[in-house]
Design a protein around this ligand. Structure first.
Ligand SMILES: *Cc1c(COP(=O)(O)O)cnc(C)c1O
Length: 436
């Protein structure tokens, strides 16, 4: 299958080019040439398939022309190696736990799949591939761990100094070897701007084979569709239910993957775009106007995004029709106070501990269900384990959050990072002097 740029549909490239370049030169984002609709038989048998076979069937729709089936099987077995259980929270509300991977966030799914796909695509190349990743907290850890010790690939992670938690910093900046970390004196949007500038800089292209590992890379989006299917598979008689899924969102990669799953035929009635006070997408859904803004810091910091990179993909999926987009997505946003209250009340009533991101998702579905009595299955994505945000969660629930062992192991390691200004000239110099 070929991939086109959202900025110019006639700009078609191969899978290899789309994945390794990360982003087209015209500032668009790559999208699959077509989104295959899965046959009726697939949905009938979904309940009896295991998660990996299900993932293989979905991945094959996009990749079978480029990746041999046996290689794709191996990639899926290595990447999709942890469960995404659906857990009951309260009447009509369940959560899809996406935090059972190595860095305890849903980004492990995309990062693990992308790393193995890229390793396959560069295995015969004599140039080293350098991956740039801007992170607001969780992507960096997932990508760094996904690529750690993958031969032929170096990773450079950029994160905003002082705006991520110690745990997040430990997860991304303690590995060494093929992983380099830069703490940028600025915001996540600055980090993202630096990465985007480097990717299209002809001087850098001369000496480095560069790509990005942000949610702008299409190879992260494809595996994120898998768990939407896996979620519905766990609902009894899912085909005859009305199902709404609330997605706590920042760059909107997760939600875009859900929309792609729906386009493939997954019977989701609607998605909720749930954000914190960085609400440019809920505003767009309300007014029809998309107005990027500087990001505001919140307790759900992985969603502190003022100019969501996947928005152009959402527009593309719906031919830029505000009306069509509104039919499939409802927007809603919440303050930090509301988020804290949700964590408190869910803990008190059900005993379940939400993380701040999942709490935004919970609030989204809760509000929607109150207004829509006909919806019988409300889901929200729990995108991170609460232990990753224990500094925020513990004072709110007035209890301790148990730290899983794989997280405790990171905490004992030493941070190795370089400070960088938010000026592109400094980043460029760093790349050119460290390129050999
Ligand atoms: C990245 C992230 C999000 C936002 O996901 P997007 O795909 O960028 O919308 C939400 N929650 C957590 C914990 C994250 O790490």
């Amino acid at each position: 299958m070929k991939f086109y740029s959202t900025a110019d549909k006639s700009n078609l490239v191969s899978l290899r080019e789309a994945v390794l370049s990360g982003m087209p030169n015209d500032n668009g984002l790559y999208m699959p040439e077509s989104i295959p609709r899965l046959p009726e038989s697939f949905f009938k048998s979904m309940t009896s398939m295991d998660y990996q076979s299900l993932s293989f069937e979905i991945a094959r729709q996009f990749l079978s022309g480029d990746i041999p089936a046996s290689v794709l099987q191996d990639i899926i077995h290595e990447a999709i190696n942890f469960p995404t259980p659906l857990v009951d929270i309260e009447d009509r509300i369940k959560t899809l736990e996406l935090f059972h991977g190595p860095t305890l966030a849903f980004k492990d799914v995309g990062a693990r799949f992308m790393s193995r796909l890229m390793a396959y695509l560069v295995k015969d190349s004599d140039h080293k591939l350098t991956i740039l990743v801007a992170t607001s907290g969780d992507t960096g850890g997932a990508v760094a761990n996904g690529f750690y010790r993958v031969p032929g690939i170096d990773v450079i992670v950029l994160y905003p100094a002082g705006k991520i938690s110690l745990i997040q910093e430990k997860q991304m900046a303690t590995l060494g070897e093929n992983i380099t970390d830069l703490k940028v004196d600025g915001t996540f949007d600055d980090c993202q701007r630096l990465v985007k500038a480097a990717l299209v800089d002809p001087d850098i292209k001369k000496s480095l084979m560069l790509t990005s590992a942000n949610s702008i890379n299409i190879s992260r989006l494809i595996p994120q569709t898998f768990y939407y299917f896996n979620a519905l598979r766990q609902i009894e008689n899912f085909r005859s239910r009305s199902i709404v899924i609330s997605v706590p969102s920042g760059n909107f990669g997760n939600l875009t993957a859900g929309l792609i799953a729906k386009r493939m035929g997954l019977p989701v009635q609607r998605f909720i775009a749930a954000t914190n006070v960085n609400h440019v997408v809920p505003d767009y859904l309300d007014s029809g106007k998309f107005e990027p803004k500087p990001s505001i810091q919140t307790i759900s910091n992985a969603m502190d995004v003022g100019n969501p990179s996947n928005f152009s993909r959402i527009l593309d999926l719906y031919d830029s029709s505000w009306k069509k987009i509104k039919a499939d997505i409802q927007g809603v946003y919440f303050t930090d106070d509301e988020t804290r209250q949700a964590i408190t009340s869910v803990k008190k009533i059900t005993g379940y501990t939400l993380d701040p991101h999942g709490a935004v998702g919970y609030l989204g579905i809760k509000k929607y269900l109150a207004q829509h009595r006909d919806v019988d299955s409300g889901l929200f994505l729990e995108t991170a384990h609460p232990a990753k945000f224990k500094d925020i969660v513990e004072p709110v629930i007035q209890d301790t959050v148990e730290i899983p062992k794989r997280l405790a192991d990171f905490l004992n390691r030493e941070i190795q990072t370089h400070a960088l200004s938010n000026q592109y000239t400094d980043f460029k110099e760093f790349l050119l002097t460290n390129s050999n």
